[in-house]
Design a protein around this ligand. Structure first.
Ligand code: NI
Length: 220
């Protein structure tokens, strides 16, 4: 999933530049890789992902690569199927503002200067996730998706959920979630069923979104 603020202020662009430096430095230590993100209308996005049964080194590598790919994009959530691995694996990092950090001057806009609050890294892995208890109350977020670049639309989902998932060691966890975390987890879990956020829109709105994406691709 992409977050709206990334579109509003291009912070992700500046932030991603820093990430590239870090990546070069760390390449001595680990063989992490940015994987290609599959985009609509690729039929692989429609595949229903398989449960994870083996919690091995290959799974850890997949998760490391998914984080690297998500931060580089940049995004706040990514499902394994989006990098061509149809397994029930999600990574999420909402990257909230870090209130303790010094504001950074933003140079991404070329004309005017302003500051951004640096973000905190809070990487989370969800393997074989389930939703146990969706609230009847719904909330609306303007969602975006790394597989549907540059398109944003309001989607309504249960405002609060209880989730159960496994970690990289296969240990089971449960937690209540609300706000952006609840929305993001539901958006990513849709990917495991081959569902995209634009599938929640009316047919007309979905067609308009895909048309807009086609136009943007022709310009690029
Ligand atoms: Ni998505």
């Amino acid at each position: 999933m992409k977050a709206l603020w990334r579109r509003r202020c291009a912070r992700g662009v500046r932030w991603a530049e820093g990430w590239v430096e870090n990546r070069a430095q760390r390449s001595y230590l680990a063989q992490m890789a940015i994987r290609e993100i599959i985009e609509v209308p690729d039929p692989r996005l429609k595949v229903v992902s398989e449960p994870v049964t083996t919690f091995d080194a290959a799974l850890k590598t997949l998760v490391e690569d998914m984080f690297e790919t998500m931060y580089d994009a940049p995004g706040i959530g990514l499902a394994a199927v989006q990098v061509g691995a149809p397994l029930r694996v999600l990574v999420i990092d909402l990257q909230p503002d870090d209130p303790d950090a010094e504001p950074e001057v933003c140079t991404a806009h070329g004309g005017h200067s302003h500051t951004h609050q640096p973000v905190k890294r809070e990487p989370r892995v969800f393997i074989n996730p389930e939703i146990l208890d969706p609230s009847e109350e719904h909330s609306v977020y303007s969602e975006g998706c790394l597989s549907v670049p540059e398109i944003y639309a309001e989607v309504e989902r249960p405002a609060r959920i209880r989730a159960r998932w496994q970690d990289l060691d296969g240990k089971t966890h449960e937690a209540d979630m609300d706000g952006l975390m609840a929305t993001c987890l539901q958006h990513e879990m849709d990917h495991l069923e081959g569902i995209l956020f634009i599938d929640h829109l009316s047919r007309l709105k979905r067609q308009m979104a895909l048309k807009k994406l086609d136009k943007l691709r022709k310009v690029a």
